[in-house]
Design a protein around this ligand. Structure first.
Ligand code: PLP
Length: 368
């Protein structure tokens, strides 16, 4: 069996104890199971710093994209219009979801190494009063940039619009003041910073915004409102739920608390990230995003300059020595990515950097 840790931004490396939870085939109809779902929903609200009076959490089968699609499809009505801020592949994906479903969509594009500008969002909202919703990515996993959702949220709220945040790769790894920022729908998934395994996404919803979704969805299975109505009764999922994933996620939430909550996890991730960048820069490998906007989740690096370099060769070399890294996804430069979330510690960062250093020495001659 291959044995390596994932330095990818989800799925990520989970603990043995989280994996072990999946060794049981739980039934879905009885109270035990429904209580697990209810407990997860409550705990997610706590992590988001929201009250149960104002917000509710809905779990949705499928990967993170299914969660984003359920929010866009259920909240943007036929007479409404969404502005999507895109500075990476996930922003583009959100726009594509809206367009594919026939929603009135405008896209505000930024270069992948720049954050969307809150003043520009305010201006667009002023110029086009038909816009009712604004969507943005928090941690753009494409590059690793961390967008300023507080500033954009302020502009969105000042204009009285609905604010949708894809916080897939940041929630629980970066502390987010959901009510303070004024987020109406926040989407994340089981296999990101809570450190569970893939199988469902979750949406933290402002109750008033969720109530406005009733009857809008053209999809049965991704109807966020209907999913909530069923789940809100007693914790029952509408259709077959990923039971093993749910059990693993409940355990992962406990372990997040044991680690010291989001603050402690965010600190570990940030330390991993800064050590990674420090070591890479010492080898002459530069990050694609400026330090000011570099997030603590994943880093994009340029290929080393002045060397004969093959990503595939490096990937295989590192994987044989215990770590799986990630190819680049930005469109304007040759890059690769290294994630530092999941059950990953400074020892892992140093080990992977030592390995990379050895690879460069052994395999990458200087270009004459
Ligand atoms: C992981 C991720 C998603 C969801 O991707 P899936 O492959 O559907 O799980 C969406 N947005 C961002 C920013 C992500 O990092």
């Amino acid at each position: 069996m291959p044995d390596y840790k994932l330095l990818t931004p989800g799925p990520l490396t989970t603990t043995e104890t989280v994996k072990k939870e999946m060794m049981f085939d739980h039934c879905t109809w009885d109270d035990d199971y429904k209580q697990i779902t209810q407990k997860i929903r409550k705990e997610l609200l706590k992590l988001a710093h929201v009250s149960e009076e104002e917000y509710t959490a809905v779990l949705m089968q499928g990967s993170g994209t299914f969660g984003v699609e359920s929010v866009i499809g259920s909240s943007v009505g036929d007479q409404e219009k969404i502005l999507v801020c895109a500075n990476g592949a996930y922003g583009e994906r959100m726009a594509e979801i809206a367009q594919k479903m026939g929603k009135n969509t405008v896209v505000y594009r930024e270069n992948y190494d720049r954050i969307p500008d809150a003043a520009k969002v305010a201006e667009m909202l002023k110029e086009d009063p038909e816009i009712t919703h604004v969507g943005i990515i928090h941690s753009e996993t494409t590059s690793g940039i961390l967008n300023d959702i507080a500033a954009v949220g302020k502009a969105v709220k000042a204009a009285g619009k609905t604010f949708i945040v894809d916080a897939m790769s940041s929630f629980a790894g970066v502390d987010i003041d959901v009510p303070g920022i004024g987020i109406d729908f926040l989407v994340s998934s089981a296999n990101k910073c809570v450190q569970g395994v893939p199988g469902f996404s979750y949406i933290i919803c402002r109750r008033t915004a969720l109530a406005a979704c009733e009857g809008k969805s053209r999809s049965l299975s991704l109807d966020l409102y209907d999913q909530w109505v069923t789940m809100e009764k007693d914790g029952k999922w509408r259709f077959t739920s990923p039971t093993h994933t749910v059990l693993a996620f409940a355990k992962a939430l406990e372990e997040l608390q044991e680690e010291g909550g989001i603050q402690a996890r965010a600190k570990r991730y940030l330390e991993n990230n800064r050590e990674l960048i420090r070591r890479m820069e010492a080898m002459g490998i530069r990050p694609y995003i400026d330090a000011e906007h570099q997030g603590p989740i994943i880093t994009t690096f340029f290929y080393p300059e002045g060397k004969h370099f093959s990503f595939d060769e490096m990937y295989r070399y590192i994987k044989e020595r215990g770590y799986a890294i990630y190819p680049g996804k930005v469109t304007d430069a040759d890059t690769f990515r290294i994630g530092n979330i999941g059950e990953i510690y400074l020892e892992d960062i140093d080990r992977v950097c030592d390995t990379l250093e050895a690879f460069l020495k052994e395999h990458c001659q200087e270009v004459a």
